[in-house]
Design a protein around this ligand. Structure first.
Ligand code: NDP
Ligand code: MG
Length: 388
């Protein structure tokens, strides 16, 4: 493989730092752009190590502070700021691959801008596809670029699809760890604290996705993400709880064969696969699977009655139009409110459901319709949170 110039949007986060770890262990990757929301201490360390051409800091005062720090050490990296800065970073002329690892729907516009500039995308930011999957996938096709999934389940499916005709697929089986409350009763779920919800059994991730994993909304968002990435009907997407997180997902074919992708849970695997695709590279730093040590892999049905977020996501997907964007926006607001201890764990699905019920869905929405519905859903969700 020739050297590849990459940009990482959200480089200070869980996926961002793990991506930089993959870069650190490779000689063929040049980092040309990075971005953070406000963590300029970590971003400065990353700049010194990887010497990017441009970095974006969303918070303008922090961007200014970083600029001064870089000037003092005679560092030539340019600092841009705000949402305009993120667009500049996502469309840098030298960049060949944009790794979208910001959290939330803020990833949408930079992803669209990058696609329009002909950049390939390694997509971790699932909220982008949940909000505007049709538009994003169509733009990717028109601009002849690839969107390679980083999300472990979608990376698994993508790998299981290699060499097979999409028309031969009968269903996709997304595995879910079940989160920390897999075995909780309804009564126990009423008492869940923020600290308990932030302790995922298998993965160390950013706060938002960790809460989404505990409510099973993460799996719901992934069902929607899968629909768009693999152009498949909602009824062909199944979720199964697999607490060990060894099988990252499966594809069942019409001939009765089911192909699965297995590895220990380590996001550097799907990140490395997405960066190097279609090649596979040696990753000695990732622990190889030892099945005799694992011995047992278990599977069970998801408990939709106790974790209604998964059901809500299926409903939003079936309704289509602007409903998935509304589901996503409401979820972002309510999860933040849960983290700020303004609502309880079980109020998360309740409020999202109310916002969805109130929404007047637009079929075949434009990007502006989606952005407007996202704005409306955030405002309405905040009102509902205030009433709690
Ligand atoms: P983190 O919260 O760890 O990191 C988020 C990154 O985005 C940070 O760099 C943060 O900057 C930046 N950021 C936060 N808010 C904004 C904003 N408003 N505008 C621009 N940038 C912002 O998240 P994760 O790395 O866990 O997740 C990133 C994405 O990847 C999510 O969409 C998630 O669903 C997806 N994903 C994550 C997985 C994981 O294992 N973590 C697995 C699969 C998918 P700062 O540090 O300055 O706050
Ligand atoms: Mg996932």
């Amino acid at each position: 493989m020739q050297n590849k110039n990459i940009v990482i949007l959200g480089s200070t986060g869980s996926i961002g730092t793990q991506t930089l770890d993959v870069v650190r262990k490779s000689e063929k990757l040049n980092v040309v752009g990075l971005s953070a929301h406000s963590n300029i201490d970590l971003l400065e360390t990353q700049i010194i190590e990887f010497n990017p051409q441009v970095v974006c800091v969303i918070q303008k005062d922090k961007a200014y502070e970083l600029q001064n720090r870089l000037k003092a050490i005679k560092c030539k990296t340019e600092v841009v700021s705000g949402e305009e800065g993120l667009l500049i970073t996502a469309t840098l002329a030298q960049a060949e691959l944009i790794i979208t690892a910001v959290v939330g729907m803020v990833g949408l516009l930079p992803t669209i801008a990058a696609i329009k500039q002909g950049k390939n995308i390694a997509l971790a930011n699932k909220e982008t596809l949940v909000t505007a999957g049709e538009i994003v996938m169509q733009l990717a096709e028109e601009n002849n670029i690839s969107i390679i999934p980083v999300d472990s389940e979608h990376s698994a499916i993508f790998q299981c699809l290699q060499g097979n005709a999409p028309s031969a697929v009968s269903k996709i089986i997304l595995t879910a760890s079940g989160g920390p409350f897999r075995e909780y009763s309804s009564e126990q779920l009423q008492q869940v604290t923020v600290e308990q919800a932030l302790k995922h059994p298998n993965w160390v991730m950013g706060n938002k996705i960790t809460i989404d994993s505990a409510t099973l909304m993460n799996k719901g968002l992934e069902v929607i993400e899968a629909k768009h990435l693999f152009n498949i009907m909602p009824s062909q997407i199944e979720v199964i709880v697999h607490k060990e997180s060894i099988i990252h997902s499966m594809v069942e074919y019409q001939d009765g064969s089911t192909i699965a992708q297995l590895s220990y849970p380590d996001m550097r695997h799907p990140i490395s696969y997405a960066i190097y695709y279609p090649s596979r590279v040696d990753t000695p730093y990732i622990k190889k699977l030892n099945l005799s040590r694992i011995q047992t892999l278990s599977f069970e049905e998801p408990r939709m009655d106790l974790f209604p977020c998964l059901q809500l996501a299926y409903e939003a997907l079936k309704t289509g139009g602007t409903m998935p964007a509304v589901l996503n926006a409401a979820n972002e607001v309510v999860v933040e409110s849960f983290l700020n201890r303004q609502v309880t764990f079980m109020e998360i699905p309740r409020i999202i459901h109310k916002v969805m019920q109130k929404h007047i869905c637009i079929n075949r929405p434009t990007l502006n319709d989606l952005l407007e519905c996202d704005r409306w859903a955030r405002e309405y969700s905040r009102k509902k949170v205030e009433k709690c």
